[in-house]
Design a protein around this ligand. Structure first.
Ligand code: FES
Length: 433
């Protein structure tokens, strides 16, 4: 039977009592004490996406990022390597970089003027006669996450040294990332087209990877696309990929990584998509370069998702549409989402312009897609304040879910296989397993 405990006591309960197969206690979205536990047990003990190498192309380029609530700097240091540094002065703890991005030779702490090299080494303290000789050397440099690894330009860090290597952690998710990377004939991505930022008044676990909501939350967009015969995104959504009779699927890839899987669906209509591309400025040249780079069959395969794997990498990375998305938890009921549209390397400018316009049409700040998502997340957060029956149902498709040989769970496109996959990893990490 459902336990009628309130959110004020839920944080004392074991994670398995809060998340069971097919239902979740709403306190995991609303309780500040559980949020604090998440920042510790999840964000300090698993790989967290930091950024893409192309965001810091030149020596001295840096970006401010977070691991949970902890501030870090991703910087291309003097040696040309990307470093991730804890953004916390060795002296009395102030951040040493405060602007979101830039290029610098040094990080200066403005409290008392200590100076750090771009690799984090403490190179100078002010009024140094107040310290023993050799003080800087003894202090070393800014702390670093013990683990930093990269998959094809995607930089991750982990505060826990005991985690498996990044490639093992990503598993099949790495193969899915390739779908975004390999729509460039040279496998090159550039995140240099700015960022859309959204802050919504809702929990960080609400965002993304839901194949059930599209026909309802986005009904007006789909309706407008239905009049827009064969253009861009509309062409990809012909034959309603969100119908359970379609070839689309939801997938739980393990370790919280989940997928709205459009691969079969899109391959079935790939020739139509290629015709659409051929009709666009730069399209013929783009297709030729893809065929030259990969061969015709592999190029078709690479292009089938149009660079959109629709993948969630737990806990904070989502690769959706033409964007790399970072989910930043702020508090139990506030979340920041950063959406970076991707520019493909070595393709005609017109193709990148087309992709950017497509991104803006659904995910841009004045678009018809993302704002509706933010609105519905806020409505969920409001509704969850009612605690008489605090349980959320996530059982859709449980009875028809298929487990493949490699352990992947597969559901229909509207099934909550993806939500259950994320919750399974949430429970594992919150148990400290
Ligand atoms: Fe940074 Fe004092 S806190 S120099």
């Amino acid at each position: 039977m459902n336990k009628p405990f309130t959110s004020t006591t839920a944080a004392d309960l074991p994670a398995e009592d809060l998340v069971t197969e097919g239902r979740v206690h709403s306190a995991i979205y609303t309780d500040p004490a559980i949020f604090d536990q998440e920042m510790d047990r999840i964000f300090q003990h698993t790989w967290v996406y930091i950024g893409h190498g192309s965001e810091v192309p030149k020596k001295g380029d840096f970006r401010l990022r977070k691991i949970g609530r902890q501030p870090v700097i991703m910087v291309r240091a003097k040696d040309g390597e990307i470093k991730v540094l804890m953004n916390r002065c060795l002296h009395r703890g102030a951040v040493v970089a405060e602007v979101e991005s830039g290029n610098t030779n040094f990080f200066h702490c403005w409290f008392h003027g200590w100076t750090y090299d771009t690799d984090g080494t403490l190179v100078q303290v002010t009024k140094e006669e107040g310290y023993e000789p050799g003080f800087c050397k003894k202090m070393g440099g800014l702390a670093r996450p013990p683990r930093v690894e990269e998959y094809r330009g995607f930089v991750f860090a982990c505060l826990d040294d005991s985690v498996p290597p990044l490639r093992d952690h990503l598993g099949q998710a790495a193969d899915l990332l390739n779908y975004m990377i390999d729509v460039s004939p040279t496998g090159t991505l550039h995140l240099d087209m700015g960022v859309n930022k959204t802050v919504y008044r809702g929990n960080w676990k609400l965002v993304g990877m839901d194949g059930y909501h599209v026909n309802y939350v986005h009904a007006s967009v789909l309706e407008s696309w239905s009049d827009d015969t064969d253009a861009g995104i509309a062409a990809m959504h012909k034959n309603d990929p969100f119908d359970d009779k379609a070839l689309t699927r939801t997938r739980d890839l393990g370790r919280g990584h989940v997928l709205l899987d459009f691969r079969e669906h899109r391959m079935a209509t790939i020739d139509k998509y290629l015709d659409f591309l051929r009709g666009e400025p730069g399209g013929e040249d783009y297709l030729k370069s893809m065929n030259d780079a990969y061969g015709e069959d592999q190029a078709k395969h690479n292009l089938s998702l149009a660079g959109d794997p629709h993948l969630g990498v737990f806990p904070n990375l989502q690769v959706i549409g033409n964007q790399i998305r970072i989910v930043n938890p702020i508090s139990a009921d506030e979340t920041e989402v950063l959406m970076f549209p991707v520019r493909l390397g070595d393709v005609p400018d017109e193709i990148n312009t087309l992709r950017l316009r497509q991104h803006e049409s659904f995910y841009g700040p004045s678009s018809a897609g993302s704002p509706d998502d933010a609105e519905i997340f806020e409505r969920v957060q409001q509704g969850m304040k009612a605690t008489v029956n605090p349980w959320i149902d996530m059982s859709r498709g449980l009875h028809r879910e298929v487990v493949e040989e490699d352990g992947t769970r597969v559901g229909k496109i509207s099934d909550e296989t993806t939500q259950r996959g994320q919750m399974r990893e949430w429970r594992r990490l919150m148990k400290g397993a």
